[in-house]
Write a protein that binds this ligand. Structure first.
Ligand code: SF4
Length: 290
């Protein structure tokens, strides 16, 4: 029986399908929730703290202020299922908090936030790409010294190797495509700030790179349509299996995919991505005119 197609794609769902179609089916076709994980929750916490920091007037964006914002973020997320669902003992909580603080401190080694001119934070973008809709959330959209658009994405995981970097940059160019279609201007730079090392990976979007994203997204959507029509999503084992929330239900590891619906029993857990949700920017865009 043909399965319902997802309503849209995101950089993250595209990457999931490329890495493992079975995992894509669990997350984006069956819409099964994923248990809270310390790594993902730490990322949410640090992103929130840096969002608060960027909402401050530029001269106030100091390290002390950022650590205060980390406390504010902790308080704001205290009742969030991503945090209440974490099963950590006291020592693990301490190390969770220490690592989050280290990520905030390392951010300051990458840039001086007092020089950043943000015009959008946690910005939800959406655009038609071929036969599908692409959605994405940009951590930070800013203007450089020449008034050109720059997209910044904070990463709290480890810096990828060369192969992974190419795949991550595919996502980066998708953000550039979304900006160009929604805002009418192509960003001059898209940067991934890997806080753990810390290291910045910077890409310059071009007409060719954006055209490549459009072509590849069209081909990928055709592959997803076919997989849904035939209910044929094959598992692709690899090192990502060690972090896969669905491994216990994966046929490649002796699991029964039919039993994965029991994940829905955890009422506190949220679906993996807000696909199909409205796309208003979280803050008002302050694009210069002319
Ligand atoms: S365990 Fe591995 S093969 Fe199975 S769904 Fe997850 S990523 Fe895919």
């Amino acid at each position: 029986m043909a399965l319902d197609l997802p309503k849209s794609l995101s950089p993250s769902s595209v990457s999931t399908f490329k890495n493992c179609p079975q995992s894509f089916k669990f997350a984006y076709v069956d819409r099964l929730p994923q248990p809270a994980s310390p790594a993902a929750s730490k990322g949410t916490l640090v992103h929130k703290a840096l969002e608060y920091l960027m909402l401050r007037p530029a001269p106030e964006r100091t390290l002390d202020a950022a650590l205060t914002d980390l406390d504010r973020a902790r308080a704001a997320l205290n009742d969030d299922p991503d945090f209440t669902g974490l099963d950590l003992n006291e020592a693990e909580w301490r190390s969770f908090q220490t690592e989050a603080e280290q990520l905030v401190r390392k951010y300051f080694e990458l840039e001086d936030p007092r020089t950043v001119l943000p015009i959008g934070l946690e910005l939800k973008l959406s655009a038609k790409v071929g036969n599908t809709t692409m959605r994405g959330i940009i951590d930070r959209l800013e203007l450089d010294a020449d008034g050109e658009l720059v997209v910044t994405d904070y990463k709290t995981g480890s810096v990828p190797g060369e192969l992974w970097e190419n795949s991550r940059l595919g996502g980066v160019h998708m953000y550039a495509l979304l900006c160009e279609q929604m805002l009418g201007r192509r960003p001059v730079r898209v940067q991934l700030l890997y806080l753990s090392k810390p290291e910045a990976i910077i890409a310059t979007p071009t007409e060719q790179s954006i055209g490549g994203v459009e072509r590849k997204t069209g081909a990928l959507w055709t592959a997803i349509e076919r997989a849904c029509n035939l209910d044929d999503f094959r598992p692709k084992t690899g090192k990502l299996c060690d972090w896969c929330a669905y491994k216990a239900y994966c046929p490649a590891w002796g699991g029964d995919p039919e039993r994965a619906v029991e994940l829905r029993g955890a009422a506190a857990l949220a679906p993996p991505l807000p696909l199909g949700t409205p796309v208003e920017p979280a803050v008002e865009l302050l694009l210069p005119t002319g």
